[in-house]
Design a protein around this ligand. Structure first.
Ligand SMILES: Nc1nc2c(ncn2[C@@H]2O[C@H](COP(=O)(O)OP(=O)(O)O)[C@@H](O)[C@H]2O)c(=O)[nH]1
Ligand SMILES: Nc1ncnc2c1ncn2[C@@H]1O[C@H](COP(=O)(O)OP(=O)(O)O)[C@@H](O)[C@H]1O
Length: 199
């Protein structure tokens, strides 16, 4: 007789391999998510970082396929209609989305998969993947956040204003997430993320 496997079996991985997991890193623009993420990946090359798709223009030095997949609004809307995103959102006038298939394949193959995304997307993931670990990165103060966005020197005055306005809303939502980490001293924040990931 055919054995009926419990649904859980679909998510099991090769023998001896622990099941994969989805990690969501969120927090306001300029708080240091990208910088923390880069250091985390250097220390733990086994992590899988999900490269997002965006309609934002590349900043100087950004590489297509490494920082983001840069595409047009028309193409993005087609991908939405095809159900190709695990989550997506509009942020400061541009679309951002997480490619569904690549992320699910990596989780199923046992990887720790990290998404670095904004608030609305992080909320969507919390609903569709309640087992995901969600981490909210906070700035030491709003003034320091503004200093970091400006200090980065990458955005227009309009883009900075939109990010700061949105940051106020995002910071208020910090308690919705599993772990809150203040990125004051960089090393301390990085260690706290590691502790949350590998505990
Ligand atoms: N929902 C969602 N947000 C994303 C995604 N990729 C990046 N973001 C977020 O979009 C926001 C803007 O990103 P970006 O334009 O690179 O600006 P920055 O965060 O100010 O460097 C940030 O909060 C990112 O975390 C994604 O795939 N989905
Ligand atoms: N702990 C920290 N102390 C001071 N500056 C920081 C710290 N973490 C990040 N930064 C700086 O803040 C700026 C914004 O960081 P970034 O990683 O681009 O933020 P996000 O990805 O959240 O938008 C960068 O110039 C970065 O070097």
């Amino acid at each position: 007789m055919m054995q009926v496997l419990p649904i859980q079996s679909c998510a099991t991985t090769k023998e001896g391999q622990s099941p994969g997991k989805l990690i969501v890193l969120t927090g306001p623009s300029g708080v240091g998510k990208g910088t923390l993420m880069r250091s985390l990946l250097q220390r733990h090359p086994e992590l899988y970082y999900s490269v997002s798709v965006t309609t934002r223009s590349p900043r100087p030095g950004e590489i297509n396929g490494k920082n983001y997949y840069f595409i047009s609004r028309r193409k993005f809307e087609q991908l939405v209609a095809q159900g190709q995103f695990l989550e997506w959102a509009e942020f400061a006038g541009n679309y951002y989305g997480t490619p569904r298939e690549a992320v699910l394949n990596q989780v199923l193959s046992g990887k720790l998969v990290v998404l670095e995304i904004e608030l609305e997307g992080a909320r969507q993931i919390r609903i569709s993947f309640p087992s995901a670990l969600s981490i909210f990165i906070l700035p030491p103060s709003f003034e320091e956040l503004e200093k970091r966005i400006r200090g980065r020197g990458q955005d227009s005055e309009e883009a900075i204003a939109r990010r700061l306005c949105r940051a106020k809303v995002e910071i208020k939502a910090a308690d919705e997430f599993d772990v809150q980490i203040v990125n004051n001293d960089f090393e301390t924040a990085l260690n706290a993320i590691e502790a949350a990931l590998f505990k």
